[in-house]
Design a protein around this ligand. Structure first.
Ligand SMILES: Nc1ncnc2c1ncn2[C@@H]1O[C@H](COP(=O)(O)OP(=O)(O)O)[C@@H](O)[C@H]1O
Ligand SMILES: [Mg+2]
Length: 379
């Protein structure tokens, strides 16, 4: 059976007017791969597309041109698939530091304040290591690019968060960190650094000060004050993230594997997305195997195996084949179960399947081929 690419391409089929698409889902299910695949398909379909990606495998990163490229650059992607298209594809590797630098430069109250933030030793640690900083940067990046309006469509791959829900919670956590009353006090007096770090204990504080150098708390206080001012200025001028994410410009595609663990997390995540008013355009069930017909009875297989392998090798081979086949069938069955579970919880949601490719898709040709293999299961 050959799927018709024009009807099964999720973005074209679901909500062709979206300007932003978030590719979300549990860890390791294929978010980065599907984001690149959807972006390429939309570009082949004639749109001017940017894919903002996060953790491509080395080979996929090479295919998108990131090797030796400047961090944060929008790189034109060349592919034979695009030659006949009026569309284009650019790829940007998300770099949290670059995004924060850009925010600081654009929204600091003065060049001096910008220099003070960027020169603060805590800045690097915060923008690189603070839980949620990359998620914050991802959405800020999306918002900045969307406001510039240079692309018809921006596809955002999301960070490899341990739990998919962290992605939505992270920007708020950062917002809370810089807005919370303890921070305010700290930025005024410098005494409450311990509270914000959750360590109201003198010994811990002294140890921290020692590790961080004597100026640790002064640095922390100055940094939080300046950085919260920048994020506040940014938020009041650019609008809340949730405004952007719940607007009709923005749709969400959730990718999951068929493993019960991923499906459970995906269902939970879908619930929260819907509750928060995001527009879920569909689910991609990735790396699925087709449901296999039962293996022919061993009486039918045995003569063929004896003919191929000889009498002695026949029985062990038959046992191996039966075992392997049972594994494949069980996996195909899991795909069907996943579809049933998602359809039961969200009856109106579109669901597409993507087959498991061997070897895994890494080149642009691979992605182009993968983009033609979407099968619409529901909707
Ligand atoms: N349809 C597919 N068939 C085979 N391998 C795939 C498929 N989709 C993704 N992969 C592989 O699975 C791994 C995880 O994919 P990736 O896109 O990096 O997931 P995530 O971004 O969710 O962590 C990668 O090695 C990728 O090449
Ligand atoms: Mg990824």
């Amino acid at each position: 059976m050959h799927a018709n690419p024009s009807t099964s391409d999720p973005l074209r089929h679901a909500q062709p007017q979206r300007q932003l698409v978030l590719c979300v889902g549990p860890g390791g299910v294929g978010k980065t791969t599907t984001a690149a695949t959807l972006a390429l398909a939309a570009a082949v379909g004639g749109k001017k597309v940017l894919v903002v990606t996060i953790d491509p495998s080395r080979r996929l990163g090479q295919a998108l041109g990131f090797e030796n490229a400047r961090a944060g650059a929008e790189l034109p992607v060349e592919s034979p698939a695009l030659a006949a298209s009026s569309g284009s594809l650019h790829a940007l590797l998300l770099d949290g530091r670059v995004v924060f630098d850009r925010l600081v430069r654009a929204y600091a109250s003065s060049p001096e304040q910008a220099a003070a933030i960027v020169g603060n030793p805590i800045y690097r640690a915060t923008t690189e290591n603070l839980g949620g900083a990359l998620e914050y940067a991802a959405i800020a990046q999306l918002q900045l690019l969307h406001a510039e309006g240079r692309y018809d469509l921006i596809v955002l791959d999301t960070p490899p968060t341990a739990n998919a829900l962290d992605f939505l919670a992270a920007p708020e956590r950062i917002g809370e960190l810089v807005n919370n009353p303890a921070t305010r006090l700290l930025t005024g007096g410098g005494k409450l650094g311990s509270k914000i770090l959750g360590i109201g204990n003198g010994i811990v504080l002294k140890t921290l000060a020692k590790i961080g150098g004597g100026d640790f708390l002064t640095d922390l206080g100055a940094f939080l004050r300046d950085f919260s001012e920048v994020l506040e200025a940014y938020r009041s001028r650019a609008g809340d993230f949730s405004e952007l994410l719940t607007s009709a410009d923005c749709g969400v595609i959730l990718t999951t594997s068929a493993s019960p663990f991923s499906v459970r997390e995906a269902l939970q995540f879908l619930g929260v997305l819907v509750e928060r008013g995001l527009r879920v355009d569909g689910v991609i069930l990735n790396r699925v195997l087709p449901p296999f017909a039962p293996l022919p009875a061993s009486e039918l297989l045995r003569p063929a195996l004896v003919h191929q392998l000889g009498e002695a090798a026949c029985e062990p081979a038959l046992a191996r084949i039966t075992r392997a086949y049972a594994g494949l069938r069980a996996e195909g069955e899991r795909g069907l179960e996943a579809v049933r579970a998602i359809a039961q919880a969200f009856p109106d949601l579109r669901i597409w399947a993507l087959p498991r490719e061997e070897p895994p898709p890494t080149s642009l040709d691979d992605l182009h081929r993968l983009g033609q293999l979407f099968v619409a299961l529901r909707g």
